[in-house]
Design a protein around this ligand. Structure first.
Ligand code: G4P
Length: 335
């Protein structure tokens, strides 16, 4: 799905020299995003090997894998290696944080994942909304296994599921939700790796109590930015002005109304992200000595308002079918 990110260049003629300079500096910093973020969150090859080993070991003990994604960035919040790691294991996709995502986009993503052969549900694990769909979705996914077991007379054998995903997508929150009042761990079971704990979801279903943590994958500058903007990686370790400028430009292109309403600026397509950030700062009265716009303050305000849901329910990527004309995921944008 993902198109290769092209080199960025400042677009738009209105930029003051100050803003242009910041823009190109921001672009080159963004190009180093992958290395910088990878270093800072410490996903060294050793950690990845450990995570991979843990996944493989746990996968051997379960019937199905539930992959949790952030509904606002279903592509960027996915580790593409999961396809190889899961190798043939039936998979349920959970589009979590649907409370923060654009409902129309979530509908499109659900249809897209179904077309790829996955079961898919949407949840707001924080409130528990949608989590009741989990057990029936797993049963549908494992229908054949259930029938085979019944034919063999293997009654009473529970369906075992593992939850996995990159950090901060809501795995633990979802596990807590699914466990509900039945959270007491069932303890070690003979024949399984020592130490594995199982949580009863319902009479016939158990959940591995520890989620599989996958490493975020920075295949492009765009992916890194989407992960940072949604807090999947720590945004404070990045150049927040560059991040916010890129994000504001993305919003201006795809959710112009949200920008207009919240920041009272005109999200014209030919304005760079830095120009928009500067305009928003001035509108808010965020100025520093000499009347310069306080871009740092505006960047922090924008990112925290987005996290606080103040910009509305926004999805930052659309499925591939939509990508050519309407994609929110657009590598050809510039800060
Ligand atoms: P992880 O195991 O995948 O690392 O994620 P975890 O469950 O710890 O969730 C990370 C953060 O995301 C938590 O917020 C959690 O409350 C929030 N979260 C999880 N699912 C949802 C959801 O569906 N919608 C929303 N809006 N938030 C969700 P936190 O920053 O640790 O604390 P707080 O913001 O809840 O106070």
């Amino acid at each position: 799905m993902r198109k290769p990110a092209r080199p960025t260049h400042a677009r738009g003629s209105r930029a003051s020299s100050d803003v242009s300079a910041r823009s190109s500096a921001g672009a080159s910093e963004s190009q180093n995003l992958r290395d910088e973020t990878s270093r800072n969150i410490q996903w060294f090859p050793g950690h990845m090997t450990k995570a991979r080993r843990m996944m493989e070991e746990s996968l051997a003990a379960v019937d199905a894998l539930c992959e949790v994604l952030d509904a606002r960035i279903p592509c960027a919040s996915r580790n593409p290696e999961i396809d190889r790691l899961a190798a043939g294991k039936p998979r349920l996709i959970v589009l979590n944080r649907c409370d923060l995502a654009d409902p129309d986009a979530t509908k499109r993503w659900k249809a897209w994942f179904r077309k790829q052969g996955f079961e898919v549900i949407e949840t707001d694990a924080k409130t528990g909304k949608g989590s009741a769909a989990f057990p029936p979705a797993i049963r549908k996914l494992l229908q054949e296994q259930i029938e085979r077991r019944q034919e063999k007379g293997q009654v009473g054998r529970k369906l075992r599921v593992m939850i996995a995903g990159i950090p901060n997508v809501g795995k633990s929150t979802l596990i807590t939700r699914l466990a509900g009042r039945k959270a007491a761990a069932a303890g070690d079971r003979p024949g399984l790796t020592r130490g594995k704990q199982w949580i009863t979801v319902d009479e016939g279903m158990e959940l591995l109590d520890t989620p599989g943590i996958l490493w975020p994958k920075f295949e492009s500058r765009e992916t890194g930015e989407l992960l940072a903007v949604t807090n999947a990686i720590r945004a404070e370790i990045l150049d927040r002005e560059a991040l916010a400028a890129g994000f504001l430009r993305r919003l201006a292109l795809h959710y112009p109304e949200a920008v207009r309403e919240r920041y009272r600026i005109e999200p014209e397509a030919d304005r760079s992200g830095y120009e928009l950030l500067e305009a928003a700062a001035r509108k808010r009265g965020f100025l520093i000595s000499g009347g310069e716009a306080d871009l740092e303050r505006m960047a922090n305000t924008l990112l925290s308002e987005y996290h606080g849901g103040k910009l509305g329910r926004l999805t930052l990527e659309l499925p591939p079918e939509d990508s050519d004309e309407n994609a929110v995921s657009d590598p050809d944008f510039t800060v």
